[in-house]
Design a protein around this ligand. Structure first.
Ligand code: SF4
Length: 407
């Protein structure tokens, strides 16, 4: 699965995510849980159904994997932990607690670290949420995807909108003060009215009694090789075209802007700056992160790593005392600078700081990318001032092409 993001509104103020991160900045810890109840037809993540009997051994492997990472970060502090998937809420709270305890033994995790986990709405009861809060989780991301019943079936989801509402209610009752909902727009057959209804219901607290604190909104792209792509090829489903996708995007921007939400990243809105995702900001700031779990990617000290994707092979490697890393790529400084631009420009409010660029890469941004910056500014795609470079509204619409200029 690949999900496109909507177009950007005009950049206004900053959120405080200075990009790029410096080499000694706090890092993030990502932990991948590659298990799901079933595989959704649009999904191309590294995830597996029917393997939940492997979860206990997998938790042990994750704990050992964390130990392998600790020397790479020495005594630097981690500012965030993100348990993603797959479906991390298939794990019992005690297993989440074990993983987080192992992380605390291994990494120096800041007292105020953001500790997030992704979840399936069907798994969230108040008791479950209390359990994961006790384990140390302080931010929960819930995969709502849509509130429309037909949409949920098209996306192959097995929950109902009422399940999402119950999950939000349970998370609030348990004490979560940072709840994010994921939505997918532009699914085959979706209308603008249905999309408006989803957003209105969420913002008016009709989903669980109160609005969430954060929204991630992704436009669906049908990836080759997925069952959904096959259904499109056979004429069973018709994906929305580019013009319609742009209309969905504009509607989301208008509704959330009117509601006072902050679009701080191309696909992410927060109810206030303090609710912006600090873990994902590590990626957008081209910062370092440990990549723990089957198929997880890591990024530290100029290297990019990838773990063995198959859960049993991952478990076997760690059980045998072997590293699960199957691929390490050393990132050249030229590539790192390009990635700084490509990732940092996604931060619509903060953009890429010229000062931080020089400190991180040892060269002025304009010395490295002067002709590209000039051309993109002249085309109205970049807004450049003495402090930072940001995408304009038009630049955000063409973000992929703008970013490709720097790679
Ligand atoms: S729940 Fe998420 S990770 Fe699992 S198959 Fe569906 S889209 Fe993929």
């Amino acid at each position: 699965m690949r999900l496109s993001a909507p177009a950007a509104p005009e950049a206004a103020s900053t959120v405080g995510f200075e990009a790029p991160a410096q080499l000694d900045a706090p890092y993030g810890v990502y932990i991948h849980i590659p298990f799901c109840d079933h595989i959704c037809p649009y999904c191309d993540f590294n995830t597996y159904a029917g393997q939940s009997e492997r979860i206990p051994a997998y938790v042990e492997a994750v704990k050992r994997d964390a130990e392998h990472w600790s020397p790479r970060f020495d005594r630097r502090a981690a500012a965030s932990v993100f348990i993603g998937g797959g479906t991390p809420s298939l794990l019992a709270p005690s297993q989440i607690a074990e993983i987080l305890a192992a992380c605390r033994e291994t990494f120096v995790i800041a007292d105020d670290a953001e500790i997030s986990m992704e979840s399936n709405p069907s798994d969230l009861t108040e008791r479950y949420c209390v359990g994961v809060i006790d384990a140390g989780v302080n931010r929960i991301s819930i995969g709502a995807q849509t509130l429309d019943r037909r949409g949920l079936r098209v996306l192959g989801r097995r929950h109902e909108s009422g399940t999402t509402a119950a999950a939000v209610k349970a998370a609030r009752a348990a004490g979560f003060t940072n709840i994010s909902l994921d939505f997918i727009f532009g699914w085959p057959g979706q209308t603008l009215d249905q999309w408006r209804s989803d957003l209105d219901r969420v913002l008016h607290g009709e989903v669980g009694g109160s609005p969430p604190d954060h929204l991630s909104l992704y436009g669906l792209i049908v990836e080759p090789g997925t069952p959904m792509a096959d259904a499109v090829r056979r004429g069973i489903l018709t994906p929305v075209d580019d013009d319609a996708a742009a209309d969905f995007t504009k509607l989301a921007c208008t509704i959330l802007d009117e509601a006072g939400w902050l679009r701080y990243e191309i696909a992410n809105w927060a109810s206030g700056p303090e609710k912006a995702s600090r873990h994902n900001a590590v990626y957008w700031r081209n910062g370092d992160y440990a990549g723990i779990g089957a198929g997880a990617h890591g990024h530290v000290g100029g290297d990019r790593t990838m773990n063995q994707p198959a859960p049993q092979r991952y478990i076997d490697a760690l059980r045998d005392g072997r590293s699960p890393i199957t691929n390490t790529e050393t990132i050249t400084e030229r590539t790192a600078m390009g990635e700084t631009m490509m990732l940092g420009l996604r931060l619509l409010q903060d953009g890429v700081s010229r000062k931080a660029f020089r400190l991180r890469h040892g060269i002025a941004m304009e010395a490295q990318f002067g002709p590209s910056l000039d051309r993109l500014r002249d085309l109205g795609l970049l807004d450049i001032d003495h402090e930072r470079v940001r995408l304009t509204e038009r630049g955000a619409l063409l973000a992929n092409s703008v970013c490709a200029e720097f790679l």
